[in-house]
Design a protein around this ligand. Structure first.
Ligand SMILES: [Zn+2]
Length: 243
């Protein structure tokens, strides 16, 4: 029998519940999963590949299907850092307008910014709460969106129907003075009706839960060495950290 190759084990902490997670770096067999997903160029395949790789590499019991989207993104960022490298070399084209022979045009210089992804800490909003009191008697408890429960594009939408879809899929339970009504035991139409009968201000209270979710964010300094343009920019979301 051939010798087994030792792999290091790393630890990280989930954002939602501070649970410590142990994982190993991804290996050639996991790279193959990513390459196959990249060939189809479908976001769904990428998410499935990420889930599969996390299932392979995480050594503790985790429930990927019910994990908050930002936990998965953070975990994946940690995993990628330990597998490929901590530093991501990002490239931006300088958008500054410059004068060339009396004509305005974009500078276009390629600016390199290196980001250490292990230095990215999730932002937490102090006012973030999953329990939203609607009236004196009635309130809603929300759960974090997961890749299984929502279309993640809907999180950034302004479209009313998609906002309602996200809210309804993330209701954990509704309560009044007497009892709790679990969403899983309630028909979807009833949940939609409940949300549709809210006042605008109450809907905004629910929406605030989603806009204040923990985010992966990093401020970097952009400096163009060709035209001298400088700007502080904020990178946000896991996709910002892939070159
Ligand atoms: Zn420039």
């Amino acid at each position: 029998m051939l010798p087994k190759l030792d792999v290091p084990i790393y630890e990280t902490t989930l954002i939602s519940n501070n649970q410590t997670i142990r994982f190993r770096p991804f290996l050639v067999k996991e790279q193959k999963i990513f390459l196959m997903a990249a060939e189809t160029n479908e976001p769904k395949d990428t998410i499935n590949a990420i889930k599969q790789v996390l299932t392979n590499c995480v050594l503790d019991d985790i429930d990927i299907e019910n994990m908050a989207t930002f936990d998965i993104e953070y975990l994946f960022l940690q995993l990628r850092a330990r597998s490929i490298g901590e530093v991501v070399n990002l490239r931006f084209n300088c958008n500054n307008n410059v004068n060339v022979k009396d004509e305005e045009q974009k500078c276009g210089n390629l600016v390199k910014i290196d980001v250490n992804v292990l230095e990215i800490n999730p932002t937490r909003n102090e006012n973030h709460s999953n329990k939203i009191q609607i009236t004196d008697k009635v309130g809603v408890v929300l759960k974090y969106p997961t890749f299984g429960s929502i279309d993640t594009n809907d999180l950034d939408t302004q479209d009313m129907q998609q906002i309602l879809n996200v809210i309804v899929s993330c209701i954990d339970y509704i309560y009044d003075e007497e009892q709790v009504y679990y969403a899983k035991d309630t028909r979807k139409e009833e949940l939609i009706e409940f949300v549709e009968n809210m006042k605008q201000g109450d809907l905004e209270k629910l929406s605030a839960f989603f806009t204040s979710l923990p985010k992966l964010k990093k401020d970097v300094h952009f400096h163009c060495d060709k035209c001298g343009y400088e700007e502080d920019i904020t990178l946000e979301g896991v996709q910002s950290f892939f070159a």
